[in-house]
Write a protein that binds this ligand. Structure first.
Ligand code: 4AD
Ligand code: MG
Length: 452
């Protein structure tokens, strides 16, 4: 046995002899001839208390241990006389794996999020960011579990693309079209971009395999220096054949509830850190997301509510204008006090692929707005009628040649279908209550400190 994980040791039902623990020391406390080490190995939020007494023998080594030192401890797991912990490790041998010194930036004290972003490579060693990235991992698993249980297939859609327009935002160009480029990447004779969304590709698979989803990185070159936008983020995008806008909202609601429930069941200790130190309203909010029915209102009604609001917004509210974050947050936080779907947006402010409603003025779009985070999900029923879609592309100035493959799905056996995209980081903000998207990203980008 290479090592026992602290997560499992702390749950032990009985004492265990001769266990090996490897991890990083959070603190060392000396009391007469006894040393107390708080050791964390990343398997859980809690530390294991290691007690080294005279019998351990190697005090000269233990004295070199500082915050951040990595150690291997061999000893017996015994009941702890200390309050608040069931077990401790009575050390027989303490070995230093890696020394540290007083320049270690994570000395035991509270550090600001801004400072920690500048040392993103060490940040996961703190309680808060250790918890964050365990939650992120569990949430990612929960996404796959949700779709697996419902018979969806996971499709890996292209990350490099030559499509220059999806209507979702600005693109990062990886290689400009040039003769030089033709030699380096001969398959791509056009400018090569990073994808903004897997949707159009996923649609082709929904119109073949029925129920599919993608879960991958998306890149947007605009507007990334806000607390809610990142230039590189992960997006979950289900796409479902024979599914209309309202069934799409049903799926989105079930999805969000199921992810939250999964975290409540599987990440209690880590979530409790966020409810204790970051957002006292977190637990009640997560519970209410699981139990309350989400509100659903047409865009027109949202505008009416905003016009009557007794607060003054910085951006104008007018039928035909897109909703801004302040409007979205008013609807979900102040007015309804729960998640809200806004649907049937004006045609002009939405991308070409959304289905035109019978009124000719609106499209079958939906956004899910949630407290604290604002827009969590954006989706729509897709335009399945070839002529209408061609008309939409023409008004948007999109080349029918480049999108011939997309139009084929409407040419040959077209079907009604819908889907949505959920920003994975936005979901994590909702789940943990953190206010800045940079704090749910393993290596965040901030002006002046881009590590990778
Ligand atoms: O609303 P968006 O732009 O929709 C699409 O990309 C569609 N193709 C999705 C679909 O129907 N399959 O983006 C979807 C979600 C947003 O609601 C938001 O949660 C997140 O992606 N998002 C961002 N998250 C972080 N940083 C950014 N810059 C984001 N842009 C969008
Ligand atoms: Mg959107």
């Amino acid at each position: 046995m290479n090592r026992s994980k602290i997560l499992h040791l702390l749950k032990s039902e009985h004492p265990v002899k001769d266990v090996v623990v490897r991890g990083w020391v959070k603190t060392r406390r000396d009391s007469k001839s006894i040393f107390f080490l708080e050791v964390n190995d990343g398997s859980c939020l809690e530390n294991l208390q290691v007690v080294a007494t005279g019998e351990t023998g190697n005090f000269d080594i233990i004295q070199k241990i500082l915050t951040g030192t990595s150690v291997k401890v061999t000893g017996d797991l015994v009941p702890s006389p200390a309050k608040g912990q069931r077990w401790e490790l009575l050390a027989k041998k303490v070995e230093i794996l890696g020394l540290t010194d007083s320049s270690y930036p994570l000395q035991k004290k509270r550090h600001s999020d801004e400072f920690l972003r500048t040392i993103a490579h060490l940040r996961p060693r703190t309680n808060k960011y250790g918890a964050m990235f365990r939650i992120r991992s569990e949430a990612s698993f929960a996404v796959h579990l949700f779709f697996k249980e419902r018979g969806f297939y996971h499709i890996h859609t292209p990350i490099l693309t030559t499509l220059d327009c999806e209507g979702a935002g600005e693109l990062f160009a990886v290689l400009e079209a040039s003769r030089d480029n033709k030699q380096r990447a001969p398959l791509f004779d056009k400018t090569l971009y990073l994808t903004v969304s897997g949707q159009l590709a996923a649609e082709m698979f929904a119109c073949s395999l029925g129920n599919v989803y993608t879960f991958g990185p998306a890149f947007r070159a605009e507007n990334s220096n806000t607390p809610r936008h990142a230039s590189e983020f992960w997006m979950v995008e289900p796409e479902v054949a024979f599914c209309d806008l309202h069934q799409n909202m049903d799926l989105a609601e079930e999805f969000v509830k199921s992810l939250v429930l999964f975290l409540l069941e599987n990440c209690k200790p880590d979530l409790s850190l966020f409810s204790r130190f970051i957002d006292p309203e977190l637990m009640p909010r997560l519970e209410s997301i699981c139990h309350l029915e989400f509100e659903r209102i047409p865009y027109k009604k949202a505008v009416d509510i905003l016009k009557k609001a007794d607060i003054s917004f910085s951006y104008p509210v007018k039928y035909g204008l897109d909703l801004q974050t302040e409007h979205e947050r008013y609807l979900t936080e102040n007015f309804f006090k729960k998640p809200v779907f806004v649907y049937d947006y004006p045609r002009e402010i939405k991308p070409f692929y959304m289905r035109v409603n019978d009124d000719g003025q609106t499209v079958a779009a939906m956004d899910l707005l949630v407290p604290k985070t604002g827009e969590l999900i954006g989706g729509s029923q897709r335009e399945e009628r070839l002529e209408v879609l061609e008309g939409q592309m023409e008004s948007a100035g999109i080349s029918k040649e480049l999108y011939g493959w997309y139009l084929d799905s409407r040419r040959y056996g077209t079907v009604l279908h819908s889907g949505f995209g959920m920003g994975f980081e936005r979901f994590l903000m909702l789940a943990t209550g953190v206010k800045n998207i940079r704090d749910v990203i393993p290596f965040p980008r901030t002006p002046g400190t881009v590590l990778f």
